[in-house]
Design a protein around this ligand. Structure first.
Ligand code: FAD
Length: 400
């Protein structure tokens, strides 16, 4: 038997870190190259659905995340002004029973730290910003800003929305600004006062053109997080995010329910992020290079499934390596794309339209998905999947 190919994962975000952990579980030869010198606990929360928890089970961090996160019994959608319930989607025990794992909300930094801690420090190379990648046919050479180069047999581009590896495959092209900003703030849970409703564990407040998603990010429910979607026509793509303020939030959410006002009053620090997307890519791999996550299908975060798709991608890629053999990388990549393109594009599309769980609907196709047991489709299905969905033309949601 020949030596196990050297697999380089570029980018140690949620997608790259999870993929590296899964590759290591299969005994494969992995090295992770990350541009950052290290990671800190950034001010943001994240939803982690049962579709992801099943993958975390395999990595061995499901119990630890369950202990850290908040477990909402329902996802509520509420009217921006009256607070009336527009949708009530069962999660909690229902999710465990029907989707095979829990649904939780957690601090993104805590989640990321669990994945990074699952990787031995010997596989991690920090401070390695990839500038150029050369597929020479029998080997790939990666060049970094520190002047060093490294070789690998397979390179997985998990390097986010401005992926250097996507650029090598498809040429330079900036992502599209989606016309919306997301304000993000994590802060200690405020007291409930007269005129307010008690805080739901997980709620999205909706008006016709904007929203605010709110949930706890710890099991103790002592920290709350909100993330918005607010239309803003122009954004300079040189800035990924900027500082925002309570004043800006008050202006954006003028006249909204007292509970929303209380959240704004309790805000300690708030940032605003540009929401970026791309149309589905015409190819996900070539030769020894393959993409996953935001490098491949960046999307608006309105289904709270972007990282979930990155992690599912990684798990499917590893499954395809097992299926056809890691030496057979081109076949594995074709199988991988055939089994991911349609689902990722569907999630991209719904995220773009921002209709997810706005009214009562059955989310089982999303939360019930099990990447390890879903029947595999033939790579010939790829063309069909890609022709199905384009995200540029929004469908109009019903007025509220
Ligand atoms: P990233 O997280 O972007 O990671 C890429 C990594 O690559 C980074 O560590 C970066 O430093 C590194 N890198 C980049 N370039 C290079 C280079 N040249 N060389 C080396 N390293 C490089 N998703 C959910 O599932 N649930 C949610 O609730 C949710 N909420 C969101 C809220 C907001 C406001 C936003 C903006 C996104 C949200 N998402 C959510 C989406 C999610 O954040 C992304 O889809 C996810 O982070 C993508 O993971 P990734 O690993 O593909 O890329």
């Amino acid at each position: 038997m020949s030596k196990s190919p050297r697999i380089a994962v570029v980018g140690a975000g949620l997608g790259g870190a999870a993929t590296a952990a899964l590759l290591l579980k299969e005994g494969l030869n992995v090295r992770v190259y990350e541009q950052a010198p290290g990671f800190s606990r950034l001010g943001a929360g994240i939803h982690v659905g049962p579709n992801v928890m099943k993958i975390l089970r395999r990595i061995g961090v499901e119990d630890a995340l369950n202990a850290q996160g908040s477990h909402p019994d329902y996802w509520y959608s509420r009217h921006w002004e009256t607070g009336d319930v527009l949708a009530q989607i069962p999660l909690g025990d229902y999710a465990v029973k029907h989707y095979g794992a829990s649904y939780l909300t957690v601090h993104r930094g805590d989640f990321h730290a669990l994945l990074i801690d699952a990787l031995p420090s010997s596989v991690m190379a920090y401070g390695k910003q990839l500038t150029r990648v050369e597929d020479r046919g029998n080997v790939v050479v990666m060049h970094f800003t520190d002047g060093t180069s490294e070789e690998a047999d397979i390179v997985i581009g998990a390097d986010g929305v401005n992926s250097c590896i996507r650029e090598e495959l498809l040429g330079p092209e900036l992502p599209k600004y989606a016309g919306y900003l997301a304000h993000r703030a994590v802060f200690p849970t405020p007291q409930v006062k007269a005129g307010m409703m008690p805080f739901d564990d997980c709620v999205k407040w909706w008006s016709d053109d904007r929203h605010m998603m709110v949930y706890f990010v710890t099991s103790k429910r002592d920290e709350l997080y909100y993330v918005t979607g607010v239309p803003v026509e122009h954004w300079d793509l040189n800035d990924r995010w900027l500082a925002s303020s309570q004043e800006e939030m008050r202006e954006a959410f003028q006249g909204w329910h007292p509970t929303v006002q209380a959240l704004i009053d309790a805000t300690v620090e708030v940032t605003k992020w540009s929401l970026l997307e791309r149309d589905p890519l015409p190819l996900w791999s070539r030769g020894r290079l393959v993409l996953l996550g935001d490098a491949c299908h960046p999307m608006k975060p309105h289904m709270a499934q972007g990282a979930a798709m990155a992690i599912e991608d990684g798990a499917m890629l590893v499954r395809c390596f097992k299926e056809v053999g890691v030496h057979n990388h081109e076949l594995a990549f074709a199988l991988y794309e055939a089994n991911r393109a349609e689902r990722a594009s569907k999630v991209q599309r719904i995220s773009h339209d921002n209709t997810w769980l706005r009214t009562n609907e059955d989310p089982s196709w999303c939360f019930g998905y099990d990447v390890f047991s879903v029947p595999l489709v033939d790579p010939a299905a790829k063309a069909v999947a890609l022709s199905l969905i384009h995200i540029s033309e929004p469908t109009r949601p019903e007025r509220i």
